[in-house]
Ligand binder design. Structure first.
Ligand code: ARG
Length: 458
């Protein structure tokens, strides 16, 4: 098999099974546009430095433009025999333009080439992810705005704790997503460095201009160490770690939507177009989208562990192990981007049952803390107030009624300091309105927080 660019030193062709085992073209062909972009920048630099002729550069540019058009038109023939995206494109170029094509790889190795391709691709994906996060954040803010004063029970241990507004609850997810966006923006700085020039691992003896190539490709600078340039994949691991965290946030949100849309809660209704039915149970409407988000989080977490494990035993510099970085990375990006989009759409189709939410907050003794705080304001130490209210709650549980249903005389059996102004603090609205500080759940604060959040992402 002399069709391979490296087969000169071999006495026998690569075994058929090995060919399939080592080939990556089936999946790395999706890097083609970036591979061509990198090759153009490299060729232009070779020309400027007098390493190859201007005529060769022109031929390479023409040839690569044709190849790009063939790929975009779906007419390019990818050959497994040619192993990967790099060798497929280079072979086609050489078939088209002859010797000039053979000069393209001067001062370059597939090791710095593939690292460059992946970084170019991931840079553009990172920008798409941040845009996707912004879209989802906007959906969250729109929903929060409609529900800045909608009462719901806040939970700890999934037991009713204190009343909160639904808008406030939603803004918690806005904050998580804001940190996620910051992580992707920050990771991009380390993605956006040029490996080209490192060649196989030690650099090259040609008088190359790496800074020039970096500028052409829009990189912020060059990878400073050639060994590191070809073997580092921590930029990819960082991206995947940020992705796993983002998915984890959406998985928690999904878990809540699944609970809330269950008839036992009946807080929200997810639009039919995001649900499916059962083939046996006619009454069912299943929240498939949030369930799949929760499920796909496992998949992305798995990719993170796969990439970490891929790196941990590798000696410097490049090893073929790194070819295994692509499928987890590609799948992480695909999963993330589609999840962000579908989530933003799904939130636009959420209907909230305010009455059920309010009733659930009402039934759960959610204002018990407010009663304790009331007693503290009348001079009772907090620990004593806690005890008094606990006894009052026990009494109400026995009577199967709410604290606010107890007549004043009965409440006064627990503390003489209770007077008829107590009913104002026992209401859900009174409890909410009293938490009126930065980060608090008072409707007034939620409105302010929404306005500030809109500014932040504008
Ligand atoms: N397909 C390879 C990868 O994805 C390209 C680099 C191969 N380099 C080499 N010396 N075999 O990592």
């Amino acid at each position: 098999d002399k069709s391979k660019s490296w087969s000169g030193r071999f006495h026998e062709p690569v075994a058929e099974l090995v060919k399939r085992y080592t080939a990556s073209v089936d999946f790395d062909k999706r890097l083609a546009e970036f591979d061509i972009q990198g090759s153009l920048a490299h060729a232009q630099m070779l020309g400027q430095q007098g390493i190859i002729s201007v005529a060769d550069v022109n031929a390479i540019e023409t040839g690569l433009a044709e190849i790009l058009a063939e790929i975009r038109a779906g007419q390019f023939e990818w050959l497994l025999d040619l192993e990967d995206v790099h060798l497929n494109i280079e072979k086609r170029l050489t078939d088209k333009i002859g010797d000039a094509g053979k000069r393209l790889h001067t001062g370059r190795s597939r090791n710095d080439q593939v690292a460059t391709d992946v970084r170019l691709w991931l840079r553009s994906v990172s920008d798409e992810v941040v845009a996707g996060i912004r879209g989802l954040q906007t959906s969250i803010l729109d929903l929060a705005e409609q529900h800045f004063d909608t009462v719901m029970p806040g939970f700890t241990h999934l037991q009713v704790a204190q009343p909160v507004t639904f808008g406030h609850h939603l803004l918690a997810y806005f904050e998580m997503l804001q940190r996620d966006a910051e992580r992707f923006v920050d990771a991009r700085k380390r993605i956006n460095r040029l490996p080209l020039g490192a060649a196989a691992l030690a650099g090259t003896s040609y008088p190359i201009d790496r800074e020039q190539v970096a500028r052409t490709l829009g990189f912020d600078g060059v990878c400073r160490n050639s060994l590191d340039a070809v073997s580092d994949r921590d930029f990819a691991i960082e991206f995947t770690a940020a992705a796993a965290l983002l998915m984890t946030h959406l998985s928690r949100f999904s878990e809540e939507l699944i609970l809330w849309s269950s008839p036992r809660f009946a807080f929200v209704d997810i639009a039919d177009r995001f649900c499916t039915g059962s083939s046996i149970m006619p009454q069912k409407k299943n929240p498939d989208v949030p369930e799949l988000v929760r499920g796909k989080t496992g998949r992305v977490n798995g990719h993170l562990v796969a990439l970490l494990t891929l790196m941990k035993g590798q000696p410097l510099a490049y090893n073929k192990d790194n070819q295994e970085d692509k499928e987890p990375l590609f799948d992480t990006a695909d999963t993330l981007l589609v999840t962000l989009q579908i989530y933003a759409d799904m939130l636009r189709g959420i209907k909230v049952d305010k009455a059920n939410m309010r009733q659930a907050a009402f039934e759960g003794y959610a204002t018990a803390t407010d009663l304790a705080d009331y007693l503290v304001k009348k001079g009772m130490p907090f620990r004593d107030a806690h005890e008094v209210v606990a006894l009052a709650v026990r009494h109400a549980v026995d009577k199967r009624c709410d604290l606010s249903d107890l007549p004043l005389a009965e409440l006064q059996q627990f503390s003489a300091q209770i007077s008829d102004d107590v009913y104002a603090v026992l209401t859900l609205e009174g409890s909410l309105a009293s938490r009126d500080h930065i980060g608090g759940t008072a409707p007034r604060q939620v409105k302010l927080a929404i306005a500030a959040a809109r500014q932040l992402i504008a």
